[in-house]
Design a protein around this ligand. Structure first.
Ligand code: SAM
Length: 291
């Protein structure tokens, strides 16, 4: 290794790994109707998020088997929550969100699907005041934590999770991980730009810029969450991280259903799903429910 001081500056610029500074989301709670509509549309109509939804539904289902009550932090329009709830009809789900715009949409969605195992509470996930101590069997959360303004808020959220979770409870928390270079942020944010509303691409870019580092998630997991919770990330670029407790075997009927749902995806989204499976497997995730 040559003495770094002897390397010309422009070469050092290229080789030294720098980390983009975090840029918190301008709208911490998603309340702007236009922004909410773009998010909902991308999730429900043209299906840009179909692969990610199915991936997380399958993974979360493995974690929450045998649980009776599950709390979803930052449930938003409940597209993800509804899919998990449909797959696990014997489990009761509570979605928590601060945005009344999101919750109105979530309620409509659940009613339309005729789901009776989901309810919503308006509340702040950093305190979870609306939830009693040791009252839930599992806590899940999908792509919501990057909305928190600071690392201290993430720490408070993890403390609140620990408080409301029953001893031995299950966890499935997933969010973006902050990327090291702007080039990677732009690549991931705009790779599907042709197929999604522009506001959604902008929202995605902001989300990636607001993400916490994998190392920050790892540190808080070690310090604040139950000992059996561990972190995995996509290899080699940690653009998604998952903090989870152990998987339990899925009933054969649910496995079959997930495989059928994978087959029913448009080919492009099926490829996206298989990429997610591959990048997480390389990152150390075990028990692929689609295998
Ligand atoms: C990107 S959406 C994710 C929605 C959903 N989990 C999904 O997978 O599609 C993030 C949600 O977190 C909510 N949120 C942000 N900060 C919050 C807080 N402190 N307490 C509760 N909800 C919050 C926002 O209102 C928004 O609905």
């Amino acid at each position: 290794m040559p003495n770094p001081a002897l390397i010309p500056t422009f070469i050092r610029e290229l080789v030294v790994e720098r980390t983009l500074p975090r840029e918190p989301e301008p709208d911490l709670v998603m309340a702007d109707p236009e922004q909410v509509a773009a998010y909902v549309e991308a999730g429900r109509i043209d299906g840009v998020m179909a692969a990610a939804y199915l991936f997380h539904s399958a993974q979360a289902s493995q974690v929450i088997q045998r649980c009776k009550s599950v709390l979803d932090l930052g449930c938003g329009p409940a597209t993800q929550l509804a899919q998990i709830a449909e797959l696990n009809p014997d489990v009761h789900f509570t979605g928590v969100d601060l945005s009344s715009t999101m919750l109105a949409d979530a309620n409509k969605h659940i009613l339309k699907l005729g789901l009776t195992n989901v309810q919503f509470r308006q509340g702040d996930i950093t305190t979870l005041e609306v939830v009693d101590d040791q009252s839930v069997d599992a806590v899940i959360s999908t792509v919501a934590l990057h909305h928190l303004p600071t690392l201290q808020h993430l720490e408070n959220t993890f403390k609140a999770v620990r408080r409301v979770l029953k001893p031995g409870g299950a966890l499935y928390l997933t969010d973006f991980g902050r990327l090291k270079s702007l080039k990677s942020v732009i690549f991931f944010a705009y790779m599907n730009a042709r197929f999604q509303p522009h506001l959604f691409s902008l929202d995605y870019e902001r989300s990636l810029r607001a993400a916490f580092l994998k190392e920050e998630f790892a540190d808080l997991t070690r310090r604040l969450l139950p000992g059996d919770a561990s972190l995995v990330a996509t290899f080699k670029v940690p653009f998604l991280v998952i903090i989870k407790t152990a998987d339990k075997p899925l009933p054969a009927s649910l496995r079959e259903r997930l495989k059928t749902m994978r087959q029913a995806l448009k080919p492009r989204y099926r490829r996206d799903l298989d990429d997610l499976r591959r990048f997480f497997r390389l990152g150390g995730l075990r028990h692929d429910p689609f295998a």
